[in-house]
Design a protein around this ligand. Structure first.
Ligand code: ASP
Length: 412
């Protein structure tokens, strides 16, 4: 029985749970609240991962950038492109969320607002002060993500500065990051149960209009990701890599398919490497470095989604956001996408980071978790395409690409 359960791919179990959960919600109505605790259990397990996952992946990511000097011109170009495309992606998510208002008009008075954080009036000076962690331990205990990220960045920089002597610590953090990814995969095994309970609760308490709102969110997630892939990355390939866009997409289709079905940039890494080297003609050192770095720090699909989901949460719970909040979201969503590991559900974990800072109730996570997997698949395909696009552009700018190889890649 157990063997049979695990033989079914996780995403299929999740989709089945989603459909069954909707049915359960329709039949059980308000009574579905009785099973919500299963969803809460799932969400608590996700929250448990936030602090160690962000801390370890940022420290080990920054320590890896220590090799930047070795790769000089490749490294800074890649980082610049990661940041610029990430920012554009978040603002796209914010734009789509404001324009189409996926969460507007839904009556959520039936949902208890658990630990909804109050939006704080903060001046610019308060904000600057709040990013310095007075006590790193306190910051971790309270899961204050922004000072945590600052602390992690500093530790990473310290490791790089310590050179040889910093290496043992870097290895420990690397190993910690890998262990946390495995723990996340374990937690993700709870997804079918969490999804079933949460979607049944949402549909049961709010009725079918909740499905319409979630449907709009999913559609916008797909629309936003497609815009990123078809417009932004095409421009990167045409404008910076100066290569035929069609050949680029033909070259990376394998990686996109694997990314879509596994919802994991990390799991796709070997295929992305193969596509960039064999089909796009990028040199081995450049592709190994940029693709591996990108798999953890470059997640434009996730960044776009974090912006979109924050607006969705604000809309369903009637939270007013100021222009200052939008800027805060843009920074946090970019950092969140950097801190997110390339594994299934990482974007869901990062939501607590952004929501908490702008006063969007964390209940939003329970609301959207039921449909996250479907969106995660598209986000991951986008993230992986972005890694390949930036790698190709940087390789082209630094003469690390064999154009003949790319153009003649007929066996793609
Ligand atoms: N699963 C995504 C990835 O691996 C991250 C996310 O959840 O958005 O790229």
């Amino acid at each position: 029985m157990l063997a049979f359960w695990f033989r079914i791919p996780l995403w299929q179990r999740v989709i089945a749970a989603l459909l069954l959960g909707i049915l359960a919600g329709v039949f059980l109505k308000e009574d579905a609240t009785a099973i919500k605790w299963i969803g809460d259990f799932f969400i608590s397990a996700i929250k448990m991962l936030v602090v160690p996952l962000i801390f370890l992946s940022i420290v080990s990511g920054v320590a890896a950038i220590g090799d930047l000097k070795k790769l000089g011109s490749v490294g800074w170009r890649a980082l610049l492109l990661f940041v610029v495309t990430g920012q554009i992606a978040v603002w796209l998510g914010l734009g789509l969320g404001s324009l189409f208002q996926p969460g507007a008009g839904l009556d959520t008075s039936g949902i208890e607002r658990g630990e909804a954080p109050e939006p704080k009036e903060t001046s610019a000076i308060d904000m600057i002060l709040s990013i310095v962690p007075e006590s790193p331990v306190q910051v971790m205990a309270d899961a204050q993500v922004l000072p945590l990220i600052v602390f992690a960045l500093l530790i990473g920089i310290g490791i790089v500065m310590a050179r040889e002597e910093g290496k043992p610590l870097a290895r420990i953090f690397d190993s910690g990051a890998i262990v946390m990814q495995k723990v996340t995969i374990l937690v993700m095994e709870l997804t079918p149960f969490g999804v079933f309970a949460l979607i049944a609760w949402v549909v049961g308490t709010l009725g079918l209009p909740s499905l319409v709102a979630l449907g709009k969110l999913v559609a916008l997630n797909y629309g936003g990701c497609l815009l990123i892939i078809l417009v932004m990355y095409s421009l990167v390939i045409k404008g910076l890599a100066k290569l035929p866009v069609v050949d680029f997409f033909r070259g990376i289709v394998d990686a996109q398919v694997v990314a879509y079905s596994t919802a994991s940039s990390n799991a796709t890494l070997p295929v992305t490497l193969r596509c960039t080297q064999r089909n796009l003609g990028v040199s081995r050192p450049t592709s190994s470095f940029v693709v591996s770095l990108g798999a953890t720090v470059n997640m434009d699909g996730t960044a776009m989604y974090l912006g979109l989901a924050t607006l969705f949460g604000a809309q369903i719970f009637g939270v007013d956001l100021t222009m200052g909040d939008y800027f805060l979201i843009s920074i946090l969503a970019t950092l969140g996408s950097v801190g997110a590991a390339g594994i299934p559900g990482a974007g869901l974990v990062m939501m607590t980071l952004v929501f908490g800072a702008v006063g969007v109730p964390l209940e939003t996570i329970a609301f959207v978790a039921g449909v996250d997997r479907i969106m995660d698949m598209m986000r991951t395909a986008t993230n992986v395409t972005g890694d390949a696009a930036v790698t190709t552009a940087v390789a082209s700018m630094t003469g690390e690409i064999d154009r003949e190889e790319m153009i003649s890649a007929d066996d793609v």
